[in-house]
Design a protein around this ligand. Structure first.
Ligand SMILES: CC(C)(COP(=O)(O)OP(=O)(O)OC[C@H]1O[C@@H](n2cnc3c(N)ncnc32)[C@H](O)[C@@H]1OP(=O)(O)O)[C@@H](O)C(=O)NCCC(=O)NCCS
Length: 157
């Protein structure tokens, strides 16, 4: 498996990872209405592609297939973190997280933050993040509970 930087032609494959991740993994912790509001399967491709160009995520690829992606922004915020349903619990997320930590070190970032889904919270806890605040944002008229999580990088995990 390879972790590499985003290329513009990855955008539609990343959308499939995003959908699979929400429908196959996060759906265990969110209702059908919440999954629908979150995944927004009808999202316009050009809007999605432009968002991915902004985020510039790292991409996990195995045998030519993209199976996960995650970003880190210059302020240490992780906006997207998704692994395909079929590849869950095989260490893909951990490789992406390790690459994010490498990048944070390179950029001199001292703190990572993310608005983390209920489904991903155990994974972020496993990687040394702590819950700062439980949140209840509304997306497309539906409440999607998540948690602001943070990790200070100057402390050992
Ligand atoms: C969260 C996510 C990215 C984790 O990716 P992954 O490739 O499955 O993670 P890993 O295999 O590297 O897991 C590493 C460790 O994290 C913990 N972990 C991961 N998923 C977990 C879960 N659902 N429940 C409990 N612990 C979990 C475990 O300790 C795991 O080690 P183990 O499998 O040896 O027990 C993935 O499950 C996902 O995409 N979830 C749905 C989408 C989502 O909510 N994204 C986050 C938006 S903020």
């Amino acid at each position: 498996m390879e972790i590499r930087r985003f290329r513009v032609e990855d955008a539609s494959a990343l959308f499939q990872v995003f959908l699979s991740s929400i429908h196959d993994i996060a759906s265990r912790d969110y209702t059908a209405a919440q999954v629908e509001a979150w995944a927004q399967a009808d999202r316009a491709p050009e809007v999605w592609a432009s968002r991915m160009r902004e985020l510039q995520p790292f991409v996990a690829e195995a045998k030519g297939k993209i199976i996960g992606y995650a970003d880190i922004q210059p302020n240490g915020y992780i906006d997207h973190f998704f692994v395909s349903g079929a590849q869950s619990r095989q260490g893909v997320g951990t490789l992406l997280m390790s690459r994010i930590h490498d990048e944070a070190r390179l950029l001199g970032i001292s703190q990572l933050t993310a608005d983390v889904s209920t489904s991903a919270e155990p994974f972020f806890l496993h990687h040394g993040f702590q819950v700062v605040e439980r949140r209840f944002p509304i997306r497309r008229g539906v409440m999607l509970q998540n948690s602001l999580m943070r990790k200070d990088l100057h402390r050992k995990p």
